[in-house]
Design a protein around this ligand. Structure first.
Ligand code: SAM
Length: 273
């Protein structure tokens, strides 16, 4: 059986990536190519911030190329060789270095999760891109994110949708993300501090919902707050074990179907539910 473990969201503050488990010769070859590419990206990233202080354009472009390479490698799981162009354009635009602790800025454009304090992480760029792609956002969409963290994913959503709402359970993280998003001009992103398991009823229904922490099950309140015809993307599985990135579709007649995409590893969705 082929196994592909793409990402790891560690609950501690270590940024150490774990090994990727790739089955099949083609994927091994691809993995080696991506590894070499990532080794090459290290120096590119350092050059970018060594020069003009806020010129990370080359490093960000390198990150986008890595995402494109990983999309090819995950063609079988995702069903496509490339992610949506609009999503890739936004990945090339949003300044990820603004969303990581200053001391880690030099690592901001590597394809890896990074610690953001309080035992939480900013997600791996490839997974941010993939989850965003799977939401199939339209420019007029209203989207809800559970798990604001640094605010990076929310910024990506804000670039693609008309309005993004995001909920963070850890107050200092939510406050910081709110301030950061305002400073960067994301006026269409609203941050709330609270337990996202119950959604944001006042603004429901949503065209799309993304959960960036692992849940043991799909939260029923979030399904209720999804529009018929809407999509939810959520990692489902046991905490600290392998979970599956899952697409939940609510059909026009209100019926719900689920599709597992990839094994992933996220920090847990916490709260009293
Ligand atoms: N999307 C974030 C970003 O772009 O930086 C990264 C998300 S991080 C992997 C998961 C986040 O979910 C953490 O900040 C965590 O505190 C938050 N979280 C966990 N359980 C939650 C809940 N029940 N409601 C809201 N946020 C929650």
């Amino acid at each position: 059986m082929r196994t592909l473990l793409i990402t790891h969201f560690r609950s501690d503050n270590s940024p150490t990536p774990r090994s990727r488990l790739l089955g099949g010769r083609r994927l091994w070859t691809g993995a080696v190519a991506v590894f070499v590419l990532m080794c090459f990206l290290g120096p590119v990233a350092s050059q970018a911030w060594a020069g003009a202080k806020d010129d990370y354009a080359n490093a960000r472009q390198g990150m986008v190329e890595t995402i494109a390479a990983l999309a090819v490698l995950t063609e079988r799981e995702v069903g496509r060789r490339a992610l949506d162009t609009a999503v890739m354009d936004v990945m090339a635009k949003v300044p990820r270095h603004e969303f990581v602790p200053e001391i880690l800025r030099g690592l901001a454009y590597l394809n890896r999760p990074l610690p953001i304090g309080h035992g939480q992480t900013i997600s791996q760029p490839y997974i941010v891109a993939l989850m965003t792609d799977l939401l199939r956002l339209t420019p007029g969409a209203k989207v809800l994110e559970i798990g604001t963290g640094s605010g990076y994913q929310a910024a990506v959503l804000g670039e693609l949708a008309a309005k993004a709402f995001t909920i963070e359970i850890i107050e200092p993280l939510g406050r910081l993300a709110r301030k950061r998003l305002a400073r960067l001009g994301y006026g269409n992103v609203e941050v709330r501090i609270g337990d996202g398991y119950y959604g944001w009823k006042e603004h429901a229904p949503f065209d799309a919902i993304i959960i960036t922490a692992a849940a043991s099950h799909v939260p029923p309140p979030l399904v209720r707050q999804l529009k018929p015809g809407g999509r939810m993307v959520i990692p489902v599985g046991q905490h600290f074990l392998v979970q599956f990135l899952t697409v939940v579709e609510k059909h026009p007649d209100g019926s719900v179907t689920m599709r597992q995409i990839l094994p992933v590893r996220f920090v847990p969705l916490t709260g009293d539910h």
